[in-house]
Design a protein around this ligand. Sequence first.
Ligand SMILES: Nc1ncnc2c1ncn2[C@@H]1O[C@H](COP(=O)(O)OP(=O)(O)OP(=O)(O)O)[C@@H](O)[C@H]1O
Length: 377
Amino acid sequence: MRPGAGEVPAATDGPGAGGQDGDGLDGEGAAERGSGPGLTVRGLTVRFGATVAVDAVDLDLLPGGILALLGASGSGKSSLLRGIAGLEPLAAGRVRWDGVDVTAVPVHKRGFGVMFQDGQLFPHRDVGGNVAYGLPALGGRGRARRVAELLDLVGLAGFERRAITSLSGGQAQRVALARALAPQPRLLLLDEPLSALDRALREHLVGVLRSTLRATGTTAIYVTHDQDEAFAVADRIAMLRDGAIVQLDSPERLWHAPADAGVAAFLGYAPLLGEQDAAALGWPDPIPPEHVLAVAPGGLIARPADQGDDSADAGPAGAILAIGEQIDHRGYVTVEVELPSRTRAEAQASHRVAGETAYVRLVAGRCVAVPRVAQPR
Ligand SMILES: Nc1ncnc2c1ncn2[C@@H]1O[C@H](COP(=O)(O)OP(=O)(O)OP(=O)(O)O)[C@@H](O)[C@H]1O
């Protein structure tokens, strides 16, 4: 990450927050208190009829920062991105860049680039023609050199003369990325750019995206519902729920300190144990009121009941629990267990467990107490 890249906490209240109130939307307002360098969003609200898709969101992103918007389907990620881009009318709120209000500036004059799931390449132009489309007026040679540089950056050196129709889905998205980067947008907005691709390709291209954005120092907002993508690409992640940001943190902090049970569950923590189950599994600390114990993958483990307690060197004592279905995975088995509260959970085992019960215990370093529900910030 470049020095200084990242996001800063939103000011508690920004000028113009909470209303599009006709206060001189000429797009060239002077820098105002609470709006620093880079992107400042205050009170951004998007409505579709009675649906509030984005609910008064505040957001700051410093130049060079890469922010992922992560959340379940319908949480408002795309609407927030489109609102920032100017592609969706705002019911309220302000968008500023370097302190200058761009709320009323047309999309194509904001200096922002947008990349969508389907790339939206021009089929009648070749690869080079697509990438060159967004380049500012450069001489023929300069233009060709820049196209070559960009194609090299996304791993498609020499593809200039290829027809768009001859590209694979992954190649097409790489061309779309090169085209989006060509005009050097001051902010690149990416809306699920990899979601139409298969898993293996996504995993590869996430690396291409990450290195390309960092190598070019591009300031970016990346919408995804895929946790791995968000963690791999971004240096800050905003978790959205019901149109509001429930947590905005570094990937590491988001993982180690989810704001609440909903965030933890979305990130893959399971089960979320109440006091009774945690205590029955030997969890040594009290669970604070209105909290649950969120268990990360690999944090609940099962072994044959007759092999007994191995907790002396491994953490909390466990319990003998009834087991159900067992499913094989690469390198481990998930074993369905019945918790003392009668709810079911999945424990991990190194091998299939014989019999009707297993010895099940928690792994101390893989459990975290989180509030049941956090208030949106
Ligand atoms: N054009 C539209 N007309 C009406 N309602 C819409 C429109 N676009 C989005 N919505 C609604 O706004 C809310 C937020 O949708 P949005 O697409 O922003 O969520 P998302 O988090 O990006 O979801 P997904 O991951 O499924 O794309 C949802 O309730 C959705 O149904």
